[in-house]
Design a protein around this ligand. Structure first.
Ligand code: TNX
Length: 514
């Protein structure tokens, strides 16, 4: 029998249908995952999360409940649906199930397997961190914002995934401009979305001292009282700092505190006269020059002070590292600088932590397990490697989040050049610096210095959309990365940024979707 619409009519109807209803994808490989996973096997069906679905986690695995609850909260945030979270000692038949296994030798410590079946989503990993990354992958399958009537659907398949580097971080300078606890938490959430696991906090500089040290209270009373431009500044009490550490930990992020010294110390030198060689307190500083301040390297009080600061900071720090800065000490004589760095490193070890410093610290003797952070000087960095140090790659010309995108975007600086989104993405940490190879490198970090950045809107503009690229450089092997393919995935994240209310830079080099 002949249909009264004819073939063309039916075709039009079908096209109309596809155009109008949101057809769920059943092809998992169509999802724009960032960072790009190691492998995706498509099975061509779909899973629907219902109000009645339960999120199960394997009983008696410490920390796994937090991950299950995190997923429930994110589902609630994006869709309004409130899912139950329960522990279990057997694999359930339906719902979502988290499990930690020892036997899967192919899963690296931070790796995970996300198996989306028609009835059950199973996330397994060797560690709780792995399970958390499985959650982040899962969340990228659904839109950031769902309407009440939208089904919560996932294409089925199996993703196996693990990172290239164990250190994937960003730095926030809270000294030049202060960012409060809520703002730092927001920054932490940005990192978590892209499976980054390190937040380096630049806690002291010429313009401000931002962490309470109970044995030296004037550091924050005086040194924390202002910021670039003369605003009121601020600082974290030890309780607030602990709250940040915990918030980060729940998102598998380690906070690395930095006390920058012997240069970049005007705020401390203004707080305590005795730390100056001439015994006179410095004026507070609200400009943006660098390299004019130094601790007095031949006074014993300096090392007593540093011992107290590191003792208190180490007690607040569950992570393995303390960052001692060491950059741009232009008014410290070379020999004094070397003497100083040689004396400070053992203090860090004494309190059970490992040393990180900017690449200049390689001019000193380096203690065991020291890490140098490459930002500008190749020779310092290769010297560090020769002395047995490991390297964090933060090349200013590629990875500085405070560099302007181009000459027309005004926020940020450009002393290391302009960093458009593609320029920030198209480099390989393992081949960028001759003499520094994959074996020497623990990972990648993108620093955001805050001379020009005064609020979260401005933070977001410099961080997005570059941060996902740095996350991918840290997670995805270089042979699997390609700008032309990446920019298509990044384009699809524009909608996510909008739904999250993120003020991002709409680079013309990315084909953003309407
Ligand atoms: C250099 S990078 C600095 C910082 C500035 C930054 C601005 C480094 C270790 N030192 O003091 O804030 O440039 O981009």
């Amino acid at each position: 029998m002949k249909n009264k619409f004819g073939f063309a009519g039916i075709l039009a109807l079908v096209i109309f249908q596809i155009g109008c209803t949101q057809q769920p994808s059943t092809d998992l490989s169509e999802t724009a995952f960032i960072p790009k996973p190691v492998s995706i096997d498509v099975t061509g069906n779909s899973f629907e999360l219902k109000e009645s679905s339960v999120i199960y986690y394997e009983e008696s695995v410490e920390g796994l409940q937090t991950v299950a609850e995190y997923l429930a909260l994110e589902i609630k945030r994006t869709s309004g649906v409130n899912l139950k979270v329960e522990s279990t000692n057997a694999t359930p038949k339906k719902g979502v199930y988290f499990t930690v296994v020892n036997e899967d030798s192919k899963l690296d410590t931070e790796g995970y397997e996300l198996n989306i079946g028609k009835k059950l989503i199973a996330i397994k990993a060797k560690t709780v961190a792995g399970c958390f990354y499985g959650v982040q992958t899962l969340l990228q399958i659904i839109p950031e914002k769902l309407h009440a009537e939208d089904p919560i659907e996932f294409a089925t398949g199996i993703i196996r995934d693990f990172p290239e580097f164990g250190y994937r971080g960003a730095m926030l300078d809270v000294s030049r401009h202060f960012f409060n606890v809520e703002e730092v938490k927001q920054f932490i959430d940005f990192l978590a979305m892209y499976k980054m696991n390190i937040l380096h906090l630049h806690l002291s500089d010429d313009q401000g001292w931002r962490i309470e040290i109970k044995s030296w209270p004037k550091l924050t009373e005086i040194g924390g009282s202002t910021e670039v431009g003369g605003g009121t500044g601020g600082f974290y009490t030890q309780e607030q700092y602990t709250e940040l550490v915990k918030y980060a930990q729940e998102r598998q992020i380690t906070i690395i505190p930095e006390i920058d010294m012997p240069g970049h110390t005007n705020a401390a030198l203004a707080s305590y006269a005795e730390l100056n060689c001439d015994g006179k307190a410095r004026e507070l500083y609200t400009g943006t020059e660098v390299g004019f301040s130094t601790f007095c390297t031949d006074k014993e009080i300096t090392y007593q002070f540093i011992d107290d600061v590191i003792r208190e900071l180490a007690a607040l720090t569950p992570g393995p590292y303390i960052h001692i800065g060491g950059d741009e000490s232009h008014v410290t004589a070379h020999d004094d600088y070397v003497y100083f760095v040689n004396r400070v490193q053992p203090i860090v070890l004494k309190y059970g932590k490992k040393v990180i410093g900017w690449d200049e610290i390689a001019n000193a003797e380096l203690v065991d397990d020291a890490t140098v952070q490459f930002w500008a000087d190749v020779e310092n960095t290769t010297t560090g490697v020769e002395k047995g140090a490991r390297v964090i790659m933060s090349p200013a010309a590629r990875a500085y989040l405070d560099m302007q995108y181009d000459s027309t975007t005004h926020l940020g600086l450009h002393w290391a050049g302009y960093i458009e989104v593609d320029h920030g993405y198209t480099w390989n940490p393992a081949t960028l610096v001759p003499g520094v190879t994959k074996e020497n490198i623990i990972g990648v970090e993108a620093p955001l210095w805050s001379e020009t950045v005064t609020n979260m809107d401005e933070v977001e503009f410099l961080v997005f959309p570059r941060l996902p690229g740095y996350a991918e450089i840290g997670w995805t092997a270089p042979e699997k990365r390609d700008w032309n393919e990446y920019k298509m995935r990044l384009a699809k994240h524009g909608k996510r940024f909008e739904d999250l209310g993120i003020n991002f830079y709409k680079s013309k080099r990315v084909p953003w979707e309407e």
